[in-house]
Write a protein that binds this ligand. Structure first.
Ligand code: NAP
Ligand code: NAG
Ligand code: NAG
Ligand code: NAG
Length: 345
């Protein structure tokens, strides 16, 4: 009998330990994954632009095994196959993960677009995407560098992408780096309408009215905030990023972070989520990936939100418009001026 009791106690202790250890991940999944197919985009994702090809598989695996359920990828990042390796290694069920990829400018014509989405799906090692974005509202002639394709409009490309939903390549389609009028042009004609718009927005380029416009009932598009850490991406350092303080040294943000007993990065990401955007910070370091998830536990008062809104600097970090000879963001803050530096994507 004593042996039986000891065994029962041991079993209970073991079960409790297993539950305790699993809580973090299960809690995240339970909160963000609905049981049906209507899974919505999770508020926090892992970015992969400029993620080192030798590190990204581990970063993705680590993130998915530690509560993340959303990966932001793109064919042009040239690391989708390693990203896929990380997804596979994580062992997390495909249905529990949100995977986004993007159609590059050279692939806007239908045959190229279909080959591109097939390649992204194959490299990422998935059967389907959750979201496929038109990366920029700019078409290049295939195989001719950045020569502009004046014959393929964003509406033409949208029609192709609508078929990708019908073909089950992707559950949703969306846009990225569009001006307001360009989003409207798609809304005016879409049969399958944009699920999300991914664009640069952070404390130094807040565009709150543009964010809020997407949430209007007649628009109803989710906003994904890229470069959510403002000028932290090293690519921006020698460009417009140097015009303003590195955000983690900004006196306002360091003070606010201290008040929240959090790091500046966690505080900035938490604000991004509370203001109604999905944030997709990139990191290949375990420590940062874990830290960034701490943003989910921080909340701001109305007064704090108001103070933050006063700190907008309206500085855009990512604008390749000049190098492509295209005026981007024409109806938004800090549009292409043809004076800024270009950025290699
Ligand atoms: N649609 C588009 O056109 C577009 C354009 C740009 C970006 N994006 C997407 O948005 C994602 C995020 O944007 P981003 O990569 O430009 O910039 P970001 O996520 O704002 O910043 C990335 C930088 O922050 C560092 N970092 C991350 N967490 C940190 C922490 N806790 N403490 C200190 N440093 C930290 C990273 O370094 P470590 O890796 O060393 O941690 C990296 O250098 C991209 O990866 C990409 O998926 C999309
Ligand atoms: C990904 O593709 C690159 C270039 O085509 C190749 O060198 C690398 O071995 C591939 N990695 C994986 C994990 O398949
Ligand atoms: C897409 O998936 C739906 C639902 O599973 C199915 O009914 C339909 O036949 C599929 N379409 C194609 C083109 O595979
Ligand atoms: C602040 O955060 C640290 C690290 O997360 C934690 O150990 C500490 O208890 C927190 N302090 C307060 C006052 O919340």
């Amino acid at each position: 009998m004593a042996f039986g009791k000891a065994l029962a106690v041991a079993a209970i202790v073991a079960l409790t330990l297993v539950l305790l250890l699993r809580t973090d991940h299960d809690y995240a999944s339970a909160r963000k994954v609905s049981p049906n197919k209507e899974k919505h985009i999770p508020q926090l994702g892992l970015g992969t632009w400029l993620s080192d090809r030798d590190e990204v598989a581990h970063a993705v695996e680590y993130a998915l095994d530690n509560g993340y359920d959303h990966i932001d990828a793109a064919l042009v990042y040239k690391n989708e196959n390693q990203t896929g390796k990380g997804i596979k290694a994580s062992g997390v069920d495909r249905s529990k993960i949100w995977v986004t990829s993007k159609l590059w400018n050279s692939d806007h014509r239908r045959p190229e677009a279909e080959a591109a989405i097939q390649k992204s799906i194959a490299d990422l090692g998935v059967d389907y995407l959750d979201l496929y974005l038109m990366h920029w509202p700019v078409a290049f002639v295939p195989e001719e560098g950045t020569r502009l394709d004046k014959d393929t409009s964003i509406v033409d490309t949208w029609r192709t992408m609508e078929d990708f939903v019908r073909q089950n390549y992707t559950r949703h389609i969306g846009v990225s780096n569009f001006a307001r009028a360009q989003v409207q042009a798609i809304l005016d004609v879409c049969d399958i309408c944009p699920y999300a718009h991914e664009f640069e927005t952070h404390p130094y380029l807040q565009q709150q009215d543009f964010v809020d416009w997407h949430r209007r009932a007649d628009v109803d598009i989710k906003v994904i905030a890229y470069s959510p850490l403002a000028n932290t991406n090293p690519t921006y350092r020698d460009k417009k990023g140097s015009l303003v303080d590195p955000i983690f040294k900004d006196p306002f943000w360091t003070k606010l972070a201290k008040a929240k007993n959090a790091t500046v990065v966690q505080t900035v990401l938490a604000w991004g989520m509370q203001r109604g955007t999905v944030v997709i910070p990139k990191s290949t370091q375990e420590k940062h990936i874990a830290e960034n998830r701490g943003a989910l536990d921080i909340a701001f008062s109305k007064g704090e939100m108001r103070e933050i809104s006063k700190r907008d600097k309206k500085v855009r970090m990512n604008d390749p418009g000049k190098s492509w000879g295209v005026k981007l963001f024409v109806d938004l803050d800090d549009p292409t001026s043809f004076d800024g530096e270009d950025i290699e994507l």
